[in-house]
Design a protein around this ligand. Structure first.
Ligand code: NAD
Length: 324
C-alpha cells in the first residue's frame, strides 16, 4: 500500500535532499542511509529518495491526511499555516522579503505600496509561486482614510487579518539646523503615522478574533539616535513606543505588538549611500557584514508566528551585534 501511495505523493512533492526539516521529520531515513552505504553514490541516492518518499507517504497514511488537502510542502510544516498577513511597503526590499518568507511558511499575503508597478507585480508572482493567496494594493500608508479603505478591502478579500507588519518607510536626512518642516513631516507621516493608521484600522477585527501579531519596523537609530537623522530616528523611536503601548492596551484581547530594529541592511535604501559611508558602517559591525533582507524576514516570521506567543512589547535588534 505504501509503495502505491508513493506514486501519488511523488507527483505532488519535491523533496530537498539537503533539507534538515525533511530529515528531522523522517527519522527512519537515518537507518536506511546506513544500510545502503556499499552501493555506488548514484544508486544509493536514488534509493534514498525513493525510501524518503515511501516513508513520507506512509506517515501521511498513518496521520490520515488526505492527498487533496495538501497543496504544498509548507502545508505540512509552515509556521504561519492558515494565517493572513498584511505587509506595508512590500513591493521591494525588506517588506518584499518578509512577504515571501511569510508565504513560504504558509501565510496568505496582502501587501501595499504607493503604486503597484512592474516590480510589485513581479513580487506578486514570486509570492504566488508558494501556492498561497496574494494580492497587492496601491495605497499611501500615511493617509488615514486610504488606510481604512484598504484594510476593509483586505478583510473583504481575505476574511481576516492575523499579522500586520508596519514596514513602509522613507528617509529624508539632514542636520537639524538645515532640516525643513516638510522633511520632518514627510518622515513622521510615512514612518510613524502610517503605523497608527494601520493599527487603528486592523485592531477591531483582531479584537473580535482575540488574536493578532503586530510588528513595527523600527531601526537601531530609533534605539540609539543618529546625527543627521533626527526625523528618521524620532519616527523609529516612536514606532517602538507605539508597539509597547499597543502591547499593554491590547494584551488582554490576545493581541501582541513588537518591534524589529534592523541595523545596516543591504537594500536600495542603503545602496544609495556613498561607498565610503557604507564601509564605515560595516567596520562598526562585529559580524563584519551588512545584514540581508532575509535576516530581517526570519525574525519577522518568529514574531508573526505562535513560536513567539508569549513575546510582546519587545524590540529585537537585528544588527550583527553592532549595538550590543
Ligand atoms: N535598509 C536598512 O538598512 C534599514 C535599516 C533599518 C530600518 N529599515 C526600515 O525597514 C523598512 C524597509 O526598508 P527598505 O530598506 O526595504 O526600504 P525600501 O525603500 O527598499 O522599501 C520601502 C518600501 O516602502 C514603500 N513606501 C514608501 N512610502 C510609502 C507609503 N507612503 N505608503 C506605502 N508604501 C510606501 C516604498 O515604495 C518601498 O517599496 C523601512 O521602514 C526602513 O526604515 C531599513
Amino acid at each position: 500500500m505504501l509503495i502505491n501511495r508513493y506514486e501519488n505523493y511523488s507527483s505532488k512533492y519535491k523533496f530537498n535532499n539537503n533539507s534538515a526539516a525533511n530529515i528531522l521529520s523522517l527519522p527512519g531515513l537515518v537507518i536506511i542511509r546506513h544500510s545502503f552505504t556499499p552501493f555506488t553514490k548514484f544508486f544509493r541516492k536514488s534509493l534514498e529518495e525513493v525510501s524518503r518518499r515511501i516513508i513520507f507517504a506512509g506517515l501521511c497514511d498513518l496521520a490520515g491526511v488526505k492527498q487533496k488537502q495538501l497543496k504544498h510542502k509548507s502545508d505540512i510544516m509552515g509556521l504561519l499555516d492558515g494565517k493572513v498577513a498584511i505587509v506595508t511597503g512590500a513591493a521591494r526590499g525588506i517588506g518584499k522579503a518578509i512577504a515571501l518568507k511569510f508565504a513560504s511558511e504558509g501565510a496568505d499575503v496582502a501587501f501595499t505600496d504607493l503604486v503597484i508597478n512592474e516590480a510589485a507585480e513581479e513580487t506578486v508572482k514570486e509570492i504566488e509561486a508558494f501556492g498561497h493567496k496574494v494580492k497587492a494594493y496601491a495605497s499611501n500608508a500615511a493617509d488615514f482614510e486610504q488606510t481604512h479603505e484598504v484594510v476593509n478591502q483586505i478583510l473583504a478579500d481575505f476574511g481576516k487579518i492575523d499579522i500586520l507588519v508596519n514596514n513602509a518607510g522613507i528617509t529624508k536626512d539632514g542636520l537639524m539646523l538645515k532640516m525643513s518642516e516638510a522633511q520632518w513631516d514627510a518622515v513622521l507621516n510615512v514612518n510613524l503615522k502610517s503605523a497608527f493608521n494601520f493599527i487603528h484600522a486592523c485592531i477591531p477585527s483582531m479584537m473580535r478574533q482575540k488574536s493578532g501579531s503586530i510588528i513595527n519596523m523600527s531601526s537601531v537609530v530609533g534605539v540609539h539616535g543618529n546625527a543627521s537623522q533626527c526625523n528618521y530616528s524620532a519616527s523609529k523611536a516612536g514606532l517602538i513606543a507605539l508597539a509597547k503601548s499597543i502591547g499593554q492596551e491590547m494584551g488582554r484581547k490576545g493581541i501582541r505588538a513588537n518591534s524589529i530594529a534592523p541595523g545596516f541592511i543591504d537594500t536600495p535604501m542603503t545602496q544609495a549611500l556613498p561607498e565610503d559611508v557604507r564601509k564605515q558602517w560595516i567596520e562598526k559591525i562585529p559580524l563584519r557584514r551588512g545584514g540581508t533582507v532575509e535576516d530581517i524576514a526570519n525574525v519577522a516570521t518568529f514574531l508573526a508566528s505562535d513560536m513567539s506567543s508569549y513575546v510582546s512589547g519587545e524590540v529585537i535588534q537585528v544588527d550583527g551585534g553592532m549595538n550590543m
